[in-house]
Write a protein that binds this ligand. Structure first.
Ligand code: ADP
Length: 482
């Protein structure tokens, strides 16, 4: 099969969250299993062309958007093994400091930025002569790809047999814009109806992806059920239930080569499930870096997160001081909304010496936290899949999570009798339930034999892409009617 994965962010080129990890790893594993795969993404200013081996293909594409027609250069990189990544240049859209916006809000012209990107995709495929069987679109930024594809392939010709899969990584971010944007996107008013792009008087890019794709998927089984309910569907639950027959839940994996404590040279010492001792050196270094006193008796809880309402920061803020008083240290790394920057800045001062709080995006520090912490906290209000719990398990850092979405699918409560399970799980979205669960973890931490077992269970959990990429292959075959 010929597959084009389309994503607004791809690791290692540009990343704000888990989508980039998925978009960078899944194609690699599909290619290893014999599929022909390419990636298409925007060429952002933040991408270091030299470091990521970008070369100019010499090709240019023409994209008509509203009244504008422009020519755009196409770059390519071989940095993801077995897969070519094509990057579309559009300086007025993508030469910005950030990918989607600043802590004060989204860029005002995001409809045009990602409308342009979506419209460029069929042109890129034609320019490079890649007649894809499947266009695999990811999140709202690519929601208009099936729409523009339909327009382009309407009268037969290139890509007229292509099918589309739209994957929802987070339904809360829908790409909703004023109706005035529609003509600027070169789309007629026939699209401004409930059966197409209209969503409560706005234009919804995500709805475009859901309505006009041949199949829809999301990133865990539980979340694929949750988004069909009013609590989690953010207004799209009805349309999703009506597409139930073509709605699938495939859990994300992580790239075991990218996240491997036995070979990771960004952490203080290397370790594995059979040689766990050196993890203590990682903990010591992490404590020191964060101004904490290192002690084997005091567990460090790590947290790496976008600072957004989804992530359970409101319940954490209510109990973090009490938790620290129990004799636990925290190391938090995160960036995001201004509101949370302020809250965590004040904890940074108040809890100095007991919690290290780092308000920034720093991939290397993330690695040091995964490796050096004893436990990893994800008290999310909702979580489509979540990668933090998978990465932390791989580094022998025991997850404490709320029972929602992918967290519920991937972490099982430790059973001290059967000695099974990989973490600690709570259901109620309250500071009280979170505190109780951390106390449970703290008690087990004091029991060396059992703690050793839970760490081993976590490290042995299979979260590799081999399994999930095979599920995607099956789904693609089903979409193609094979
Ligand atoms: P989401 O996609 O909702 O942000 P995930 O758990 O699926 O959440 O993925 C988050 C990814 O982004 C993980 O790889 C995590 O390590 C990384 N990450 C999040 N915040 C930061 C940060 N401030 N610095 C470095 N990496 C981060």
């Amino acid at each position: 099969m010929k597959i084009a994965l389309i994503s607004p962010e791809v690791f290692p080129f540009a990343k704000t969250g888990g989508l980039a990890d998925v978009a960078g790893a899944l194609p690699k594993y599909l290619a290893r299993h014999g599929q022909e795969v390419i990636i298409i993404m925007p060429k952002y200013q933040a991408i270091d062309g030299d470091r990521h081996g970008l070369t100019d293909t010499g090709l240019e594409i023409t994209v008509e958007l509203g009244k504008e027609t422009d020519r755009h250069k196409l770059f390519v990189s071989d940095h993801i093994s077995g897969v070519k990544t094509y990057l579309v240049e559009a300086q007025n859209y993508f030469d910005r400091e950030q990918l989607y916006g600043t802590p004060n809000g989204d860029y005002a012209d995001n409809s045009l930025r990602f409308g342009f990107f979506a419209k460029s995709v069929p042109e890129v495929l034609e320019a490079i002569g890649f007649e894809a069987d499947i266009l695999h679109c990811n999140d709202w930024q690519t929601g208009l790809v099936p729409v523009y594809l339909r327009e382009k392939a309407e009268n037969g010709g290139f890509l007229s047999n292509a099918k589309t899969l739209f994957t929802i990584h987070n339904i809360a971010y829908q790409g909703l814009f004023d109706r005035k944007e529609l003509p600027k996107l070169g789309l007629g008013w026939e699209y401004f109806v409930m059966e197409a792009l209209e969503f409560w008087e706005k234009v919804s890019f995500m709805k475009g992806g859901i309505v006009f794709s041949d199949a829809v998927s999301t990133v865990s089984r539980k979340y694929s059920e949750e988004i069909q309910t009013p609590e989690f569907g953010y207004g799209l639950e009805t349309i999703l239930s009506s597409k139930r027959d073509v709605l699938h839940g495939i859990p994300n994996g992580i790239d075991p080569e990218e996240w491997d404590p036995a070979t990771d040279d960004r952490i203080a010492a290397r370790f594995s499930v059979s040689d766990i001792g050196p993890k203590q050196e990682c903990k010591r270094a992490l404590a020191e870096e964060n101004g904490l006193a290192y002690s084997t008796d005091v567990p460090i809880i790590g947290m790496i997160t976008r600072l957004a309402a989804q992530k359970g920061l409101d319940i954490l803020s209510k109990c973090i001081e009490e938790l620290v008083d129990l004799g636990i240290q925290f190391v938090i790394l995160g960036t995001g909304d201004n509101e949370y920057h302020r809250i965590f800045q004040s904890f940074k001062e108040k809890l100095a010496g007991r919690a290290g709080i780092n308000i920034m995006f720093d991939a290397s520090m993330a690695q040091r936290i995964y490796a050096g912490s004893d436990m990893f906290l994800m008290p999310s209000r909702y979580e489509p899949c979540g990668l933090g719990q998978l990465i932390s398990m791989r580094y022998g850092t025991v997850p404490i999570v709320r029972r929602t979405g992918g967290l519920s699918d991937t972490v099982t409560e430790f059973d001290p009798r059967a000695m099974s399970g990989t973490g600690f799980v709570f259901s109620e979205y309250t500071a009280g339930a979170l505190t109780e669960t951390v106390k449970r973890a703290l008690n087990l931490y004091k029991d060396e034999t059992r703690w050793r077992k839970i760490v081993e269970n976590a490290m042995n959990y299979d979260s590799s892409w081999n399994r999930s990429s095979a599920e995607y292959t099956e789904l693609f075959q089903k979409i193609l009617g094979e």
